[in-house]
Design a protein around this ligand. Sequence first.
Ligand code: GLN
Length: 309
Amino acid sequence: MVCRHNDELEALVREAKKMTGRGKVADYIPALAEADENDLSVAIYYTENTCLSAGDIEKTFTLQSISKVLSLALVLMDYGKDRVFSYVGQEPTGDPFNSIIKLETVNPSKPLNPMINAGALVVTSLIKGKSAKDRLDYLLAFIRRLANNEKITYCQNVAESEYKTSMINRAMCYYMKQYEILHGDVESVMDLYTKQCAIEMNSLDLAKIGCVFALNGKHPETGEQVIPKDVARICKTFMVTCGMYNASGEFAIKIGVPAKSGVSGGIMGISPYDFGIGIFGPALDEKGNSIAGVKLLELMSETYRLSIF
Ligand code: GLN
């Protein structure tokens, strides 16, 4: 499928790109620091299988926190919401995504939601499979079905770079293991989590996955109900309440679409029943969201009246 370049969208990208200079590429995962901070691209994938784009949408990036929505969908499908929400809560935090503080101050010490690192680590620990390889293959197969792209895989360099340096995430795992929220071997959870975060795609793949959510779990191309309706609804709700970390409230007011960002600079957005949006702009604001990506979504929301509120 060919994505058509669109001039109106390109003009919005040009405008939003002015923000990149005010942001900074993530470097706490060393391999992410190699990204070009001036990049900004967007794809819009419509439910009738047409697509518009602007910027270089061939560029690939790793999902990072965007993967949290997808792993959540998978475990909700396998375990059901009662079981999953016995391990992880449903409330926004107001703290940065990698904050550890609430684990100690909230009792029982269960992470507040699956969009922050602590919650996502628990979700990842639940992914089914007999071996580490099985679990990764299972997650990858699900993501390939969502994007309808068999070629999707993870970036070894980014995964290794995070695995070697991710001590706060490790600390959270051990903390939760102590309180029997997280089970299993911490190093294998970290191995799977860092590979999950390093799953790589381009804006078109991401927009297509957004479109699956826009259609309540039904794939626009294959017609397959890849995610049950109720699970898609739960994921979209988390995207509204917690998807942009501790900027989710302001984002809901200014832009008003379900969205999930990652520290690679990716953002997946959803215009219900209409289209999915995939954005890549690696320069981040101080909360870890793509600075130009958020600006672009703001311009798109104004231009196309996207707010669901
Ligand atoms: N892999 C990253 C981490 O755990 C994901 C964080 C993010 O994208 N906000 O730190």
